[in-house]
Ligand binder design. Structure first.
Ligand code: ADP
Ligand code: MG
Length: 568
Protein backbone atom coordinates (compact mmCIF):
# COMPACT_ATOMS: atom_id res chain seq x y z
CA UNK A 1 0.00 0.00 0.00
CA UNK A 2 1.39 3.43 -0.90
CA UNK A 3 1.87 5.89 1.87
CA UNK A 4 -1.14 7.99 2.79
CA UNK A 5 -1.02 11.48 4.14
CA UNK A 6 -3.52 12.45 6.82
CA UNK A 7 -4.31 15.61 8.65
CA UNK A 8 -4.16 15.79 12.39
CA UNK A 9 -7.37 16.52 14.20
CA UNK A 10 -7.57 20.25 14.96
CA UNK A 11 -6.91 19.85 18.68
CA UNK A 12 -3.97 17.57 18.01
CA UNK A 13 -2.51 20.12 15.64
CA UNK A 14 -2.78 22.88 18.21
CA UNK A 15 -1.04 20.76 20.80
CA UNK A 16 1.72 19.83 18.41
CA UNK A 17 2.35 23.46 17.60
CA UNK A 18 2.88 24.08 21.26
CA UNK A 19 5.26 21.18 21.53
CA UNK A 20 7.28 22.24 18.54
CA UNK A 21 7.69 25.69 19.94
CA UNK A 22 8.31 23.92 23.21
CA UNK A 23 6.91 26.11 25.86
CA UNK A 24 7.62 23.47 28.43
CA UNK A 25 10.96 23.97 30.07
CA UNK A 26 11.48 20.49 31.45
CA UNK A 27 11.98 18.68 28.17
CA UNK A 28 13.46 15.58 29.81
CA UNK A 29 9.96 14.33 30.48
CA UNK A 30 9.48 13.30 26.84
CA UNK A 31 11.44 10.15 27.65
CA UNK A 32 9.33 9.40 30.67
CA UNK A 33 6.24 9.56 28.43
CA UNK A 34 7.68 7.20 25.83
CA UNK A 35 8.83 4.71 28.46
CA UNK A 36 5.49 4.95 30.19
CA UNK A 37 3.65 4.13 26.94
CA UNK A 38 6.02 1.24 26.26
CA UNK A 39 5.43 -0.12 29.75
CA UNK A 40 1.65 0.09 29.27
CA UNK A 41 2.04 -1.78 25.96
CA UNK A 42 3.97 -4.58 27.67
CA UNK A 43 1.36 -4.85 30.44
CA UNK A 44 -1.36 -5.08 27.82
CA UNK A 45 0.39 -7.80 25.86
CA UNK A 46 1.08 -9.89 28.93
CA UNK A 47 -2.57 -9.72 29.92
CA UNK A 48 -3.87 -10.44 26.45
CA UNK A 49 -1.67 -13.52 26.26
CA UNK A 50 -2.88 -14.62 29.68
CA UNK A 51 -6.49 -14.50 28.53
CA UNK A 52 -5.84 -15.98 25.13
CA UNK A 53 -2.88 -18.31 24.92
CA UNK A 54 -3.51 -18.95 21.23
CA UNK A 55 -2.40 -15.35 20.56
CA UNK A 56 0.59 -15.57 18.27
CA UNK A 57 2.98 -13.39 20.25
CA UNK A 58 6.34 -13.85 21.88
CA UNK A 59 6.21 -12.91 25.54
CA UNK A 60 9.45 -14.58 26.60
CA UNK A 61 11.54 -11.45 26.98
CA UNK A 62 9.29 -8.42 27.35
CA UNK A 63 11.37 -5.29 27.71
CA UNK A 64 12.00 -1.72 26.65
CA UNK A 65 15.07 -0.72 24.74
CA UNK A 66 16.60 2.72 24.29
CA UNK A 67 18.96 3.13 21.42
CA UNK A 68 20.79 6.37 20.72
CA UNK A 69 22.84 7.23 17.66
CA UNK A 70 24.89 10.35 18.25
CA UNK A 71 26.04 10.64 14.59
CA UNK A 72 22.56 10.39 13.13
CA UNK A 73 21.18 12.27 16.14
CA UNK A 74 18.37 9.84 16.67
CA UNK A 75 16.95 8.33 19.80
CA UNK A 76 14.76 5.23 19.59
CA UNK A 77 12.53 3.79 22.27
CA UNK A 78 11.44 0.28 21.41
CA UNK A 79 9.16 -2.20 23.11
CA UNK A 80 8.02 -5.70 22.18
CA UNK A 81 4.57 -5.17 23.62
CA UNK A 82 1.06 -5.15 22.20
CA UNK A 83 1.76 -2.80 19.27
CA UNK A 84 -0.93 -1.11 17.21
CA UNK A 85 -2.84 -2.02 14.06
CA UNK A 86 -2.91 0.38 11.09
CA UNK A 87 -6.28 1.74 12.18
CA UNK A 88 -5.22 2.08 15.77
CA UNK A 89 -2.22 4.17 14.87
CA UNK A 90 -4.42 6.68 13.06
CA UNK A 91 -6.94 6.69 15.85
CA UNK A 92 -4.61 6.74 18.85
CA UNK A 93 -1.74 8.84 17.61
CA UNK A 94 -3.48 11.22 15.19
CA UNK A 95 -6.22 12.37 17.51
CA UNK A 96 -6.67 13.33 21.09
CA UNK A 97 -9.40 11.31 22.71
CA UNK A 98 -9.12 12.71 26.20
CA UNK A 99 -12.33 14.49 27.05
CA UNK A 100 -10.57 17.18 29.03
CA UNK A 101 -8.54 18.31 26.04
CA UNK A 102 -11.07 20.65 24.48
CA UNK A 103 -11.34 22.53 27.73
CA UNK A 104 -7.59 22.47 28.05
CA UNK A 105 -7.03 23.97 24.63
CA UNK A 106 -9.56 26.63 25.33
CA UNK A 107 -7.70 27.56 28.48
CA UNK A 108 -4.44 27.52 26.56
CA UNK A 109 -5.76 30.05 24.11
CA UNK A 110 -6.70 32.27 27.01
CA UNK A 111 -3.27 31.91 28.60
CA UNK A 112 -1.44 35.17 28.53
CA UNK A 113 2.19 34.27 28.81
CA UNK A 114 4.71 31.47 28.62
CA UNK A 115 4.64 30.68 32.31
CA UNK A 116 0.89 30.34 32.28
CA UNK A 117 0.98 28.11 29.21
CA UNK A 118 3.64 25.97 30.78
CA UNK A 119 1.55 25.61 33.90
CA UNK A 120 -1.38 24.43 31.82
CA UNK A 121 0.65 21.88 29.92
CA UNK A 122 1.99 20.59 33.19
CA UNK A 123 -1.58 20.10 34.29
CA UNK A 124 -2.68 18.05 31.36
CA UNK A 125 0.30 16.19 30.06
CA UNK A 126 0.69 15.57 26.38
CA UNK A 127 1.95 11.99 26.33
CA UNK A 128 3.31 10.87 23.01
CA UNK A 129 3.42 14.39 21.58
CA UNK A 130 6.03 15.38 24.15
CA UNK A 131 8.56 13.86 21.71
CA UNK A 132 8.11 16.92 19.50
CA UNK A 133 9.69 19.09 22.18
CA UNK A 134 13.06 17.62 21.31
CA UNK A 135 12.61 16.22 17.82
CA UNK A 136 11.78 17.79 14.50
CA UNK A 137 10.61 14.50 13.09
CA UNK A 138 9.17 11.43 14.75
CA UNK A 139 8.82 8.00 13.19
CA UNK A 140 6.83 5.22 14.77
CA UNK A 141 6.96 1.66 13.49
CA UNK A 142 4.59 -0.81 15.05
CA UNK A 143 3.07 -4.23 14.59
CA UNK A 144 0.22 -5.47 16.68
CA UNK A 145 0.81 -8.80 18.40
CA UNK A 146 -0.87 -11.54 16.39
CA UNK A 147 -0.96 -9.55 13.15
CA UNK A 148 1.49 -9.99 10.31
CA UNK A 149 1.60 -6.53 8.80
CA UNK A 150 3.18 -3.53 10.44
CA UNK A 151 2.61 0.22 10.11
CA UNK A 152 4.94 3.17 9.84
CA UNK A 153 3.78 6.59 11.02
CA UNK A 154 5.88 9.65 10.34
CA UNK A 155 5.36 13.28 11.09
CA UNK A 156 7.18 16.54 11.45
CA UNK A 157 4.34 17.69 13.67
CA UNK A 158 3.23 20.29 11.19
CA UNK A 159 -0.37 19.49 10.48
CA UNK A 160 0.00 16.16 8.68
CA UNK A 161 1.35 12.70 9.21
CA UNK A 162 1.89 9.83 6.82
CA UNK A 163 0.91 6.23 7.28
CA UNK A 164 2.21 3.24 5.34
CA UNK A 165 2.28 -0.48 5.81
CA UNK A 166 5.56 -2.32 6.33
CA UNK A 167 6.22 -6.00 5.93
CA UNK A 168 9.07 -6.69 8.27
CA UNK A 169 8.20 -4.82 11.44
CA UNK A 170 8.98 -6.65 14.66
CA UNK A 171 6.16 -7.15 17.17
CA UNK A 172 5.65 -4.08 19.33
CA UNK A 173 6.44 -0.45 18.77
CA UNK A 174 9.52 1.60 18.16
CA UNK A 175 9.48 5.37 18.29
CA UNK A 176 12.41 7.14 16.70
CA UNK A 177 13.03 10.79 17.43
CA UNK A 178 15.10 12.76 14.95
CA UNK A 179 16.53 15.12 17.49
CA UNK A 180 16.76 18.84 16.94
CA UNK A 181 20.32 20.09 16.48
CA UNK A 182 22.34 19.87 19.68
CA UNK A 183 22.86 23.07 21.60
CA UNK A 184 26.65 23.42 21.84
CA UNK A 185 26.16 25.72 24.80
CA UNK A 186 24.29 23.15 26.73
CA UNK A 187 25.67 19.63 26.72
CA UNK A 188 23.21 18.74 29.45
CA UNK A 189 20.52 18.55 26.84
CA UNK A 190 22.18 16.08 24.54
CA UNK A 191 19.72 13.24 24.58
CA UNK A 192 22.07 10.87 22.83
CA UNK A 193 24.46 10.95 25.77
CA UNK A 194 24.34 7.65 27.70
CA UNK A 195 24.88 9.60 30.87
CA UNK A 196 21.86 11.75 30.20
CA UNK A 197 19.64 8.80 29.28
CA UNK A 198 20.71 6.89 32.37
CA UNK A 199 19.91 9.86 34.53
CA UNK A 200 16.46 10.47 33.08
CA UNK A 201 15.39 6.85 33.28
CA UNK A 202 16.64 6.53 36.82
CA UNK A 203 14.87 9.69 37.83
CA UNK A 204 11.49 9.13 36.19
CA UNK A 205 11.09 5.48 35.40
CA UNK A 206 13.04 3.48 37.95
CA UNK A 207 9.99 1.63 39.26
CA UNK A 208 8.77 0.52 35.83
CA UNK A 209 8.27 -3.22 36.23
CA UNK A 210 9.85 -4.11 32.87
CA UNK A 211 13.56 -3.85 32.17
CA UNK A 212 14.54 -0.61 30.44
CA UNK A 213 17.75 -1.41 28.59
CA UNK A 214 20.16 0.93 26.90
CA UNK A 215 21.83 -0.36 23.79
CA UNK A 216 25.42 0.93 23.52
CA UNK A 217 25.73 3.68 20.92
CA UNK A 218 27.55 2.07 18.02
CA UNK A 219 28.40 5.39 16.40
CA UNK A 220 30.00 6.64 19.62
CA UNK A 221 32.12 3.53 20.18
CA UNK A 222 33.13 3.09 16.52
CA UNK A 223 35.90 5.66 16.76
CA UNK A 224 37.47 3.85 19.68
CA UNK A 225 38.54 0.91 17.50
CA UNK A 226 37.15 -2.60 17.49
CA UNK A 227 39.35 -4.02 20.24
CA UNK A 228 36.86 -6.26 22.02
CA UNK A 229 35.30 -7.48 18.81
CA UNK A 230 32.04 -8.49 20.48
CA UNK A 231 29.25 -5.97 20.82
CA UNK A 232 28.93 -4.78 24.41
CA UNK A 233 25.92 -5.98 26.38
CA UNK A 234 22.91 -3.73 26.82
CA UNK A 235 22.70 -2.14 30.23
CA UNK A 236 19.55 -2.31 32.35
CA UNK A 237 18.87 1.17 33.67
CA UNK A 238 16.03 0.74 36.14
CA UNK A 239 15.85 -1.20 39.38
CA UNK A 240 12.28 -2.43 38.64
CA UNK A 241 11.59 -2.46 42.34
CA UNK A 242 7.95 -2.06 43.27
CA UNK A 243 7.82 1.12 45.33
CA UNK A 244 4.88 -0.12 47.36
CA UNK A 245 6.85 -3.10 48.57
CA UNK A 246 9.84 -1.09 49.71
CA UNK A 247 10.19 0.29 53.25
CA UNK A 248 9.03 3.88 53.56
CA UNK A 249 12.42 5.25 54.59
CA UNK A 250 14.08 3.85 51.47
CA UNK A 251 11.85 5.70 49.06
CA UNK A 252 11.99 9.42 48.40
CA UNK A 253 8.90 11.55 47.91
CA UNK A 254 10.05 12.23 44.37
CA UNK A 255 10.01 8.54 43.58
CA UNK A 256 6.47 8.22 44.88
CA UNK A 257 5.48 11.22 42.81
CA UNK A 258 6.88 9.71 39.61
CA UNK A 259 4.88 6.55 40.19
CA UNK A 260 1.82 8.71 40.64
CA UNK A 261 2.47 10.45 37.33
CA UNK A 262 2.90 7.15 35.51
CA UNK A 263 -0.37 5.79 36.87
CA UNK A 264 -2.49 8.90 36.62
CA UNK A 265 -1.08 10.45 33.44
CA UNK A 266 -1.08 13.67 35.43
CA UNK A 267 2.04 15.78 35.12
CA UNK A 268 1.73 17.36 38.53
CA UNK A 269 2.71 16.09 41.94
CA UNK A 270 0.00 14.50 44.05
CA UNK A 271 -1.35 16.26 47.13
CA UNK A 272 -0.85 13.29 49.41
CA UNK A 273 0.70 9.82 49.35
CA UNK A 274 -0.97 7.10 51.39
CA UNK A 275 0.80 3.88 52.25
CA UNK A 276 -0.93 0.84 53.61
CA UNK A 277 0.52 -2.59 54.20
CA UNK A 278 -1.77 -5.30 55.45
CA UNK A 279 -0.40 -8.46 56.90
CA UNK A 280 -2.14 -11.62 58.03
CA UNK A 281 -4.26 -14.09 56.15
CA UNK A 282 -4.91 -11.79 53.23
CA UNK A 283 -1.79 -9.82 52.54
CA UNK A 284 -1.62 -6.77 50.38
CA UNK A 285 0.36 -3.61 49.94
CA UNK A 286 -0.96 -0.41 48.66
CA UNK A 287 0.12 3.04 47.66
CA UNK A 288 -2.67 5.49 47.09
CA UNK A 289 -2.50 9.11 46.01
CA UNK A 290 -4.80 12.05 46.43
CA UNK A 291 -4.34 14.24 43.35
CA UNK A 292 -3.90 17.97 43.79
CA UNK A 293 -6.52 18.77 41.15
CA UNK A 294 -9.78 17.24 40.05
CA UNK A 295 -9.72 15.86 36.50
CA UNK A 296 -12.18 17.40 34.07
CA UNK A 297 -14.13 14.20 33.66
CA UNK A 298 -14.77 13.56 37.33
CA UNK A 299 -18.51 13.73 36.84
CA UNK A 300 -18.82 12.02 33.50
CA UNK A 301 -18.61 8.51 34.95
CA UNK A 302 -16.28 7.35 32.24
CA UNK A 303 -13.40 8.82 34.20
CA UNK A 304 -10.72 6.15 34.05
CA UNK A 305 -7.45 5.37 35.74
CA UNK A 306 -8.24 4.98 39.35
CA UNK A 307 -6.57 2.25 41.30
CA UNK A 308 -4.52 -0.41 39.57
CA UNK A 309 -4.57 -3.97 40.79
CA UNK A 310 -1.41 -6.05 40.89
CA UNK A 311 -1.00 -9.61 42.08
CA UNK A 312 2.46 -10.33 43.46
CA UNK A 313 4.04 -7.48 41.47
CA UNK A 314 2.27 -8.40 38.24
CA UNK A 315 -0.08 -5.84 36.75
CA UNK A 316 -3.64 -7.20 36.49
CA UNK A 317 -5.94 -4.31 35.70
CA UNK A 318 -6.41 -0.59 35.49
CA UNK A 319 -9.23 1.29 37.11
CA UNK A 320 -10.22 -1.51 39.45
CA UNK A 321 -13.56 -0.20 40.68
CA UNK A 322 -13.93 -2.96 43.26
CA UNK A 323 -11.15 -1.52 45.40
CA UNK A 324 -12.74 1.77 46.36
CA UNK A 325 -16.31 3.09 46.43
CA UNK A 326 -17.41 5.40 43.58
CA UNK A 327 -17.24 8.50 45.75
CA UNK A 328 -13.47 7.96 46.05
CA UNK A 329 -13.03 7.51 42.29
CA UNK A 330 -10.49 10.33 42.13
CA UNK A 331 -8.00 8.38 44.24
CA UNK A 332 -5.13 6.95 42.18
CA UNK A 333 -2.70 4.26 43.08
CA UNK A 334 -1.71 0.65 43.24
CA UNK A 335 -2.95 -2.26 45.28
CA UNK A 336 -0.82 -5.39 45.19
CA UNK A 337 -2.50 -8.47 46.63
CA UNK A 338 -0.57 -11.61 47.44
CA UNK A 339 -3.32 -14.21 47.25
CA UNK A 340 -5.40 -13.62 44.18
CA UNK A 341 -5.42 -15.60 40.99
CA UNK A 342 -3.59 -13.96 38.12
CA UNK A 343 -6.60 -14.25 35.88
CA UNK A 344 -9.09 -12.90 38.33
CA UNK A 345 -11.90 -11.02 36.57
CA UNK A 346 -13.81 -7.88 37.44
CA UNK A 347 -16.93 -9.94 38.07
CA UNK A 348 -15.17 -12.18 40.55
CA UNK A 349 -13.61 -9.21 42.30
CA UNK A 350 -17.01 -7.63 42.86
CA UNK A 351 -18.08 -10.64 44.90
CA UNK A 352 -14.85 -11.60 46.63
CA UNK A 353 -15.01 -11.41 50.40
CA UNK A 354 -11.36 -10.45 50.76
CA UNK A 355 -11.70 -7.67 48.23
CA UNK A 356 -14.70 -6.41 50.15
CA UNK A 357 -12.60 -6.29 53.33
CA UNK A 358 -9.83 -4.58 51.45
CA UNK A 359 -12.19 -1.94 50.10
CA UNK A 360 -13.47 -1.19 53.57
CA UNK A 361 -9.99 -0.88 54.96
CA UNK A 362 -8.74 1.31 52.10
CA UNK A 363 -11.81 3.53 52.33
CA UNK A 364 -11.25 4.11 56.03
CA UNK A 365 -7.58 4.77 55.41
CA UNK A 366 -8.31 7.43 52.79
CA UNK A 367 -10.85 9.13 55.05
CA UNK A 368 -8.55 9.06 58.06
CA UNK A 369 -5.78 10.55 55.94
CA UNK A 370 -8.05 13.44 55.03
CA UNK A 371 -8.87 13.87 58.68
CA UNK A 372 -5.18 14.03 59.58
CA UNK A 373 -4.62 16.53 56.83
CA UNK A 374 -7.39 18.65 58.28
CA UNK A 375 -5.80 18.60 61.71
CA UNK A 376 -2.22 19.16 60.61
CA UNK A 377 -2.29 21.17 57.45
CA UNK A 378 -5.46 23.08 56.95
CA UNK A 379 -4.35 24.65 53.72
CA UNK A 380 -3.82 21.27 52.08
CA UNK A 381 -7.09 20.09 53.44
CA UNK A 382 -8.78 23.17 51.97
CA UNK A 383 -7.28 22.38 48.56
CA UNK A 384 -8.47 18.82 48.83
CA UNK A 385 -11.99 19.81 49.79
CA UNK A 386 -12.25 22.46 47.11
CA UNK A 387 -11.29 19.90 44.45
CA UNK A 388 -13.05 16.80 45.71
CA UNK A 389 -15.60 17.82 48.35
CA UNK A 390 -18.49 17.57 45.93
CA UNK A 391 -17.61 13.97 45.09
CA UNK A 392 -16.93 13.01 48.67
CA UNK A 393 -20.38 14.22 49.71
CA UNK A 394 -21.87 11.49 47.51
CA UNK A 395 -20.53 9.14 50.17
CA UNK A 396 -22.90 10.66 52.72
CA UNK A 397 -25.73 9.22 50.66
CA UNK A 398 -24.20 6.01 49.38
CA UNK A 399 -22.00 4.82 52.25
CA UNK A 400 -23.85 4.89 55.57
CA UNK A 401 -21.05 2.92 57.22
CA UNK A 402 -18.62 5.80 56.74
CA UNK A 403 -21.11 8.61 56.98
CA UNK A 404 -19.69 9.94 60.21
CA UNK A 405 -16.15 9.83 58.88
CA UNK A 406 -17.16 11.76 55.77
CA UNK A 407 -19.17 14.28 57.80
CA UNK A 408 -16.16 14.79 60.04
CA UNK A 409 -14.03 15.97 57.11
CA UNK A 410 -16.76 17.89 55.32
CA UNK A 411 -16.92 21.67 55.30
CA UNK A 412 -19.50 24.08 54.00
CA UNK A 413 -19.98 27.68 53.10
CA UNK A 414 -21.91 29.47 55.78
CA UNK A 415 -23.25 32.89 56.73
CA UNK A 416 -20.66 32.92 59.50
CA UNK A 417 -17.89 33.92 57.10
CA UNK A 418 -17.75 35.22 53.55
CA UNK A 419 -15.03 32.91 52.34
CA UNK A 420 -13.99 30.47 55.08
CA UNK A 421 -16.04 27.29 55.12
CA UNK A 422 -17.13 25.71 58.36
CA UNK A 423 -17.34 22.15 59.61
CA UNK A 424 -20.48 20.93 61.34
CA UNK A 425 -18.52 20.68 64.55
CA UNK A 426 -17.55 24.34 64.36
CA UNK A 427 -21.14 25.23 63.53
CA UNK A 428 -22.53 23.46 66.56
CA UNK A 429 -19.95 25.08 68.80
CA UNK A 430 -21.21 28.48 67.69
CA UNK A 431 -24.90 27.64 68.07
CA UNK A 432 -26.86 30.12 70.16
CA UNK A 433 -28.48 29.21 73.45
CA UNK A 434 -31.85 27.76 72.69
CA UNK A 435 -30.98 26.86 69.09
CA UNK A 436 -31.54 23.13 68.67
CA UNK A 437 -31.14 22.62 64.98
CA UNK A 438 -28.55 23.10 62.28
CA UNK A 439 -29.96 25.35 59.58
CA UNK A 440 -29.12 25.26 55.92
CA UNK A 441 -30.48 26.46 52.64
CA UNK A 442 -29.75 24.99 49.22
CA UNK A 443 -29.63 26.92 46.01
CA UNK A 444 -27.71 27.61 42.87
CA UNK A 445 -25.18 30.05 44.19
CA UNK A 446 -24.19 31.64 47.41
CA UNK A 447 -25.59 34.92 46.22
CA UNK A 448 -28.99 33.59 45.24
CA UNK A 449 -29.30 31.85 48.60
CA UNK A 450 -28.34 34.94 50.54
CA UNK A 451 -30.95 36.97 48.66
CA UNK A 452 -33.68 34.47 49.43
CA UNK A 453 -36.52 35.81 51.62
CA UNK A 454 -36.16 32.63 53.69
CA UNK A 455 -32.95 34.05 55.06
CA UNK A 456 -34.40 37.27 56.47
CA UNK A 457 -35.33 36.21 59.95
CA UNK A 458 -32.11 34.25 60.34
CA UNK A 459 -30.02 37.18 59.35
CA UNK A 460 -31.94 39.45 61.71
CA UNK A 461 -31.44 37.15 64.64
CA UNK A 462 -27.85 36.36 63.83
CA UNK A 463 -28.51 32.67 63.38
CA UNK A 464 -25.94 30.95 61.20
CA UNK A 465 -27.14 29.17 58.06
CA UNK A 466 -25.13 26.78 55.90
CA UNK A 467 -25.21 27.80 52.25
CA UNK A 468 -25.24 24.67 50.12
CA UNK A 469 -24.83 24.97 46.37
CA UNK A 470 -24.02 21.46 45.06
CA UNK A 471 -26.85 19.32 43.66
CA UNK A 472 -25.73 16.50 45.92
CA UNK A 473 -26.42 18.70 48.96
CA UNK A 474 -30.14 18.19 48.46
CA UNK A 475 -29.62 14.48 48.77
CA UNK A 476 -27.27 14.12 51.65
CA UNK A 477 -29.05 16.58 53.91
CA UNK A 478 -32.15 14.42 53.57
CA UNK A 479 -30.26 11.16 53.94
CA UNK A 480 -28.19 12.23 56.93
CA UNK A 481 -30.95 14.05 58.84
CA UNK A 482 -28.91 14.99 61.90
CA UNK A 483 -25.44 15.57 63.26
CA UNK A 484 -24.65 14.63 66.85
CA UNK A 485 -28.28 14.72 67.84
CA UNK A 486 -28.95 18.05 66.14
CA UNK A 487 -31.40 18.03 63.28
CA UNK A 488 -30.40 19.39 59.92
CA UNK A 489 -33.20 21.68 58.86
CA UNK A 490 -33.75 23.53 55.65
CA UNK A 491 -34.89 27.06 56.30
CA UNK A 492 -37.15 26.69 53.28
CA UNK A 493 -39.09 23.73 54.59
CA UNK A 494 -41.84 23.27 57.18
CA UNK A 495 -42.60 25.43 60.20
CA UNK A 496 -39.64 27.24 61.58
CA UNK A 497 -39.82 28.48 65.12
CA UNK A 498 -37.05 30.88 65.78
CA UNK A 499 -38.08 32.48 69.02
CA UNK A 500 -37.17 29.82 71.55
CA UNK A 501 -36.64 32.45 74.27
CA UNK A 502 -40.22 33.64 74.30
CA UNK A 503 -41.82 30.50 72.99
CA UNK A 504 -44.94 30.55 75.11
CA UNK A 505 -45.89 34.13 74.56
CA UNK A 506 -45.07 33.72 70.88
CA UNK A 507 -47.34 30.70 70.65
CA UNK A 508 -50.24 32.55 72.23
CA UNK A 509 -49.58 35.63 70.14
CA UNK A 510 -49.51 33.58 66.96
CA UNK A 511 -52.87 32.01 67.72
CA UNK A 512 -54.35 35.39 68.32
CA UNK A 513 -52.93 36.78 65.10
CA UNK A 514 -54.07 33.78 63.10
CA UNK A 515 -57.63 34.41 64.27
CA UNK A 516 -57.31 38.05 63.44
CA UNK A 517 -56.08 37.36 59.92
CA UNK A 518 -58.27 34.33 59.28
CA UNK A 519 -60.29 36.17 56.63
CA UNK A 520 -57.25 37.27 54.66
CA UNK A 521 -55.54 33.89 54.88
CA UNK A 522 -58.67 32.10 53.75
CA UNK A 523 -59.11 34.45 50.82
CA UNK A 524 -55.52 33.96 49.69
CA UNK A 525 -55.84 30.21 49.90
CA UNK A 526 -58.96 30.36 47.72
CA UNK A 527 -57.18 32.47 45.13
CA UNK A 528 -54.30 30.03 44.77
CA UNK A 529 -56.05 26.80 45.59
CA UNK A 530 -54.60 24.90 42.63
CA UNK A 531 -51.01 25.58 43.54
CA UNK A 532 -50.68 25.67 47.28
CA UNK A 533 -51.62 23.59 50.26
CA UNK A 534 -51.91 26.19 52.98
CA UNK A 535 -51.42 29.88 53.77
CA UNK A 536 -50.07 30.71 57.21
CA UNK A 537 -48.46 33.47 59.19
CA UNK A 538 -44.72 33.27 59.53
CA UNK A 539 -41.97 34.56 61.75
CA UNK A 540 -39.32 33.91 59.15
CA UNK A 541 -39.80 37.11 57.18
CA UNK A 542 -38.76 40.59 58.18
CA UNK A 543 -38.82 42.56 54.94
CA UNK A 544 -40.51 40.48 52.25
CA UNK A 545 -44.31 40.23 52.54
CA UNK A 546 -44.55 36.53 51.66
CA UNK A 547 -42.59 33.48 50.63
CA UNK A 548 -43.31 29.98 49.39
CA UNK A 549 -42.15 27.07 51.52
CA UNK A 550 -42.49 23.35 51.09
CA UNK A 551 -43.62 20.77 53.59
CA UNK A 552 -40.91 19.40 55.83
CA UNK A 553 -40.83 16.19 53.83
CA UNK A 554 -41.37 17.55 50.37
CA UNK A 555 -38.73 17.53 47.68
CA UNK A 556 -37.11 20.87 47.07
CA UNK A 557 -37.58 22.34 43.59
CA UNK A 558 -34.02 21.44 42.58
CA UNK A 559 -34.41 17.83 43.69
CA UNK A 560 -37.75 17.61 41.95
CA UNK A 561 -36.04 18.71 38.75
CA UNK A 562 -33.24 16.24 39.26
CA UNK A 563 -35.58 13.29 39.75
CA UNK A 564 -37.66 14.42 36.79
CA UNK A 565 -34.51 14.55 34.66
CA UNK A 566 -33.68 11.00 35.74
CA UNK A 567 -37.14 9.95 34.49
CA UNK A 568 -38.69 9.21 37.88
P1 ADP B 1 -1.89 8.14 27.07
O1 ADP B 1 -0.71 7.28 27.36
O2 ADP B 1 -2.19 9.08 28.18
O3 ADP B 1 -3.09 7.35 26.62
P2 ADP B 1 -0.29 9.04 24.88
O4 ADP B 1 -0.33 10.25 24.02
O5 ADP B 1 0.95 8.82 25.65
O6 ADP B 1 -1.53 9.11 25.84
O7 ADP B 1 -0.57 7.78 23.97
C1 ADP B 1 -1.74 7.70 23.20
C2 ADP B 1 -2.11 6.27 22.92
O8 ADP B 1 -1.26 5.72 21.91
C3 ADP B 1 -1.96 5.32 24.08
O9 ADP B 1 -3.10 5.33 24.91
C4 ADP B 1 -1.77 3.97 23.38
O10 ADP B 1 -3.03 3.42 23.04
C5 ADP B 1 -1.06 4.34 22.12
N1 ADP B 1 0.38 4.09 22.26
C6 ADP B 1 1.33 5.01 22.51
N2 ADP B 1 2.55 4.43 22.60
C7 ADP B 1 2.35 3.11 22.41
C8 ADP B 1 3.22 1.95 22.40
N3 ADP B 1 4.52 2.05 22.62
N4 ADP B 1 2.64 0.74 22.16
C9 ADP B 1 1.31 0.62 21.95
N5 ADP B 1 0.46 1.66 21.96
C10 ADP B 1 0.96 2.89 22.19
MG1 MG C 1 1.20 7.98 27.63
Amino acid sequence: MPSETHEFQVEARQLLQLMIHSVYSNKDVFLRELVSNASDALDKLRLEKLWDDTLDADVSDLHIEIDADSDARTLTVRDNGIGMSYDEVGRLIGTIANSGTAKFLHELQEAKNGAETEGLIGQFGVGFYAGFMVADEVTLVTRRAGESQGTRWTSRGEGTYTLETVDDAPQGTSVTLHLKPADPENQLHDYTSPWKIREIVKRYSDFITWPVRMVPDSSATAGEGDEGGEAPEPETLNSMKALWARPRDEVSDDEYHELYKHISHDWRDPLETIRLQAEGTFEYQSLLFLPAHAPHDLFTRDSKRGVQLYVKRVFIMDDCEALLPPYLRFVKGVVDAADLSLNVSREILQQDRHIEMMRRRLTKKVLSTVKDMMAKDNERYATFWREFGTVLKEGLVTDPENRDAVLAVASFASTHHDTEPTTLKQYTERMKDGQDDIYYLTGESRQSIENSPHMEAFRDRGIEVLLLTDPVDEMWTDAVGEYEGKKLRSVAKGQIDLGAEDEETAGAEREKQTEEYAGLLGWMKEQMDEDIKEVRLSSRLTVSPACVVSDAHDLTPALENMYRAMGQ
